[in-house]
Unconditional design. Structure first.
Lengths: 159, 750
């Protein structure tokens, strides 16, 4: 039922091409979660206000709930699943575990995607700079200090 | 092997950081349909006409479900306790045509895609007979008439909750107040707050024959199952509820909300898996909130600071049909020594969805009022607020006339004052400055109950040398997976890495709700017992085995030490690891069950609570009216801390929420539509990274052996209690403005 109005779309996600048929109104977030079943990216507000749905589009952080999926054809999309796995975590994922940079874990994908992207952003090196740059990602559990610690740990490991 | 007290990283951390932990809405099933609710756009009235015609014809739509075409839903019988079948909003959805709050469920659109369901829900035309709703934020205090029932429909709970009902009383508080020369009498208010867990409430209901599996955003799968059994009219064996990972709850997911019943009924009606994820606005409207409170506090003291009377009269708003009580006087009778005390309560009805428990229900708004009042008394007495509290430290729980199990609140004050540098405080308002900013230093005490729910745990020692521990409780972000592994590790003498923890499923032995900061404390006795029983079983397996060195020995001749079975009179080094023993005996596991009874609601011979003290520094820039929380020291007397890493995170997170409560958070209802106008995360302001300073947390770590064998109390809520008072007291010290109505927004400081 209703399949007649679905449209074909090819997305490049985590290096792999995904050919899907979606409702043309679908956001990138809902397409990731409901059609491709990459559920690591989370929905918290659907209005671009919480940051839980943060992914990378062409290397820059973007809110997938505010991105129309059809507009993402041709872009390189990276989700939390593209960073690492439980057995082989990305250094930022490992630092979040080490520093307890979460509680419930629900905003965590978005926090980590933001944190990884901001490594390449022109911001300062102080805690205050990181806090400013991370303020689009709300953590209701309030693990903010630990998140900043995790980011600083990765930064210092790099330098 | 010592596991308790180790600051180990969470064992579920690699799942949470890689997007592989499955939360409720992450579940997808073949043939699954998407549901989206139609909700009322008025706050009071009656549905005259529901026109679903055009919506039903839209692409992909399977059904527009409403009162006339959905499987029947029932009320729940009166609950005797929190785990029997408890819920706050007792009316099942679609029960009648009366609208009592904005956002009430009216119909449910079900379609092949989420977008189709959302579009169809918007296309349903509803005609209302509209009445003027009452969402007045100013609650009637001191109005002693009973809360009114609705026309032709008595209050659900049938009891008189008119303001003035006495909660606790000793001596003659009014007489002492009248006679005193040093006294304060003020009214404090706290606004409706919304839990705002980042995970939206969601249900995925999967029918299979006459059974239903419900994936739910739940802080209590057992209670949720029990409620669904009654609301859907099914047998207990027909419903399974699963909550493996929860995107936090803070009480908002403690008890079932009508969306879950709706999803279950829709799945049964259409015989298809149904995914229902609420949008953020609906979470604000129909999934609970902390109600507004209004509290009059009267204190009197002798010139030396000793309290001579305490009076606290409070009311909170509740919904039209339900009697939700915000227990603001929870901590008042036992926090200080005072010969004359009276605490009264009351409810005020509004056309607002039913309130519910939010982190530290009762004590959190209550301590804002009473701990701000203590600061006002200290100012009046020209006495240091720490000294005032020390002078009123009680020797026993004067509310219940029983001793404290373990209370080290004075040490919290002293350690906090030392870490904060409180001795340098100049009490004169606005007298302290740094870098051109005015400093404000404030402090407050906090307290929260330390009780237990019933719990049942299964421990399996397995032939591969690992352990499986299972319990039908949940990890809501507090670290239950990790702490259970540490608790079992402690008892079994095995490394945490060898222990698998299974939670969040009603097919497991019934476990506690994640409420009242009780889950961790509750599972300790059951885990210890289950571990001991598994060891006993292991020894009997060895005894009955053949061909092993230890075969044929009587169980009482055998001993278990750190994973090894050996002869009692020989060293563990001479024995055999349990995995090898079980392999040789061709048994998969040595199984132990442990069951323990709760303490909540039972007559106690000792008063069990967690305590603490917050010290807060704010900076105030008068020229621009810029207020910042700059520094926090919090000391918690939380019993034995099982994992300092996760426990510290709990206290820090509570302080962050306390900054929100103190400075930002307030749900505002439109007096015309009764809608919460700021039902989104741009307008319901919560603390972000940039709002939060370093929070310096210290634990005293005195075991409270009256709570359980480890002496551990819960620490999920205590950190929020009292925090807003410490903050408002700091604001007063900086600005001279005493803000008695939260949140402390800029216009209140101008």
């Amino acid at each position: 039922v209703g399949s007649e109005i679905l449209v074909p779309l090819t997305l490049k996600i985590n290096g792999a091409l995904q050919r899907v048929r979606i409702d043309p109104r679908a956001s990138l977030l809902d397409t990731l979660r409901e059609t491709i079943h990459l559920t690591g990216t989370k929905k918290g507000c659907d209005h671009g206000q919480c940051g839980a749905c943060t992914v990378h589009i062409d290397g820059k952080r973007a809110l997938s709930c505010l991105s129309v999926a059809l507009s993402c054809q041709g872009s390189e999309i990276t989700t939390i699943e593209g960073l690492g796995t439980p057995d082989k975590m990305h250094p930022m994922q490992a630092a979040f575990v080490q520093c307890d940079g979460y509680q419930c874990g629900y905003c965590t994908s978005g926090q980590i995607m933001s944190a990884v992207a901001l490594m390449k952003e022109p911001i300062g090196t102080n805690d205050a700079d990181i806090k400013e740059a991370m303020s689009g990602n709300i953590c209701r559990c309030g693990a903010y200090a630990n998140i900043v610690d995790a980011i600083q740990q990765v930064r210092k490991g790099k330098s | 092997m010592k596991s308790v007290g180790n600051a180990i990283p969470r064992i579920d951390g690699p799942l949470k950081t890689t997007g592989t932990a499955d939360y409720t809405s992450d579940h997808n099933f073949p043939g699954m349909l998407y549901a989206f609710p139609v909700t009322s756009t008025i706050g009071k009235g009656r549905i005259e006409k529901l026109d679903t015609g055009s919506a039903e014809k839209m692409p992909g739509v399977h059904a527009i479900l409403h009162r006339g075409n959905i499987e029947k839903m029932y009320r729940v019988e009166p609950s005797a306790g929190f785990s029997e079948a408890y819920l706050d909003e007792r009316r099942p959805p679609f029960e009648d045509d009366i609208v009592r709050y904005h956002g009430q469920y009216i119909a449910l659109a079900v379609a092949s895609t989420l977008e189709q369901a959302q579009a169809a829900a918007r296309a349903v035309r509803v005609t209302y007979k509209t009445e003027k709703p009452d969402v007045n934020p100013d609650l009637e205090l001191g109005n002693t008439k009973p809360a009114p029932g609705e026309e032709g429909r008595p209050n659900v709970d049938q009891k008189n909750n008119g303001p003035g009902k006495v909660v606790s009383e000793r001596g003659d508080a009014q007489k002492a107040f009248d006679a005193a020369s040093v006294k304060i009498d003020h009214v404090y208010t706290t606004p409706p707050e919304t839990h705002s867990a980042i995970e939206l409430h969601a249900t995925v209901a999967v029918p299979d024959g006459d059974t239903l599996t419900i994936y739910e955003t739940s802080q209590g799968v057992v209670n949720h199952r029990n409620v669904m059994v009654q609301q859907l009219g099914m047998g207990q064996e027909q419903i399974r509820v699963i909550s493996k990972f929860l995107g936090s709850g803070f009480g908002g997911k403690l008890f079932p909300w009508p969306h879950s019943t709706l999803a279950g009924a829709a799945a049964r009606t259409l015989n298809r898996p149904i995914k229902l994820v609420l949008d953020r606005a609906t979470v604000f409207q129909a999934a609970g909130h902390r109600p507004a409170t209004k509290q009059r506090v009267r204190l009197s003291a002798a010139p030396d600071g000793r309290l001579t009377s305490t009076q606290q009269d409070y009311v909170n708003h509740t919904s039209i049909l339900d009697d939700y009580e915000e227990n603001c006087g929870e901590a008042t009778p036992y926090l200080y020594s005072c010969p004359n005390l009276k605490v009264t309560k009351g409810l005020v009805r509004r056309n607002i969805g039913t309130p519910t428990s939010m982190r530290g229900p009762g004590a959190v708004p209550g301590l804002f009022a009473t701990e701000t009042a203590m600061d006002e008394l200290a100012v009046l007495l020209k006495m240091d607020p720490v000294e005032l509290r020390l002078r009123n430290e009680p020797k026993m729980d004067e509310g219940l006339n029983i001793p404290f199990s373990s209370r080290h609140l004075p040490e919290c004050y002293r350690l906090g004052a030392e870490k904060f540098g409180w001795a340098k405080r100049n009490p004169v308002v606005g007298s302290m400055t740094r870098d051109g900013l005015t400093l404000g230093w404030g402090m407050a005490a906090c307290a929260w109950m330390a009780e237990r729910f019933d719990a049942e745990v299964i421990v399996d020692l397995r032939d591969d040398g690992t352990v499986r521990i299972a319990c039908g409780t949940q990890d809501i972000g507090t670290g239950t997976y990790t702490m259970l592994a540490q608790i079992a590790s402690e008892r079994l003498g095995l490394p945490v890495e060898k222990i698998e923890v299974v939670l969040g499923d009603t097919t497991l032995p019934p476990g506690p709700l994640n409420g009242g900061s009780m889950a961790t404390a509750s599972v300790i006795p059951a885990t210890f017992l289950a571990s001991d029983n598994a060891i006993k079983k292991l020894l009997s397996i060895v005894s009955a085995s053949k061909g092993l060195t230890l075969s044929g020995k009587k169980p009482e001749e055998l001993s278990y030490t750190d994973g090894v079975v050996h002869l009692k009179n020989q060293s563990p080094g001479s024995g055999m690891p349990f995995g090898k023993v079980l392999t040789a005996a061709r048994v998969r596991s040595a199984h132990g069950n442990g069951k323990s009874e709760g303490t909540l609601g039972k007559k106690a011979d000792v008063s069990r609570h967690a305590y603490g003290a917050h010290f807060v520094e704010v900076t105030w820039e008068a020229m621009t009216a810029r207020l910042r929380v700059n520094r926090v020291v919090t000391v918690i007397d939380g019993g034995k801390i099982i994992n300092p890493k996760t426990a510290r995170n709990q206290i820090e997170g509570a302080a962050v929420m306390g900054i929100g409560m103190g400075l930002f958070e307030e749900t505002v209802y439109d007096h015309r539509s009764a809608a919460p106008v700021n039902r989104n995360f741009a307008d319901y302001v919560m603390p972000t990274h940039a709002d939060v300073p370093r929070i310096d947390v210290h634990f005293l770590d005195y075991p409270d052996m009256a709570v359980n064998e480890i002496g551990a109390r819960g620490v999920g809520e205590i950190g929020l209690a009292g925090f807003a008072a410490a903050l408002s007291n700091a604001v007063y010290h900086a600005t001279g403005k005493r803000v008695r109505d939260l949140p402390i927004t800029i216009e209140k400081l101008l």
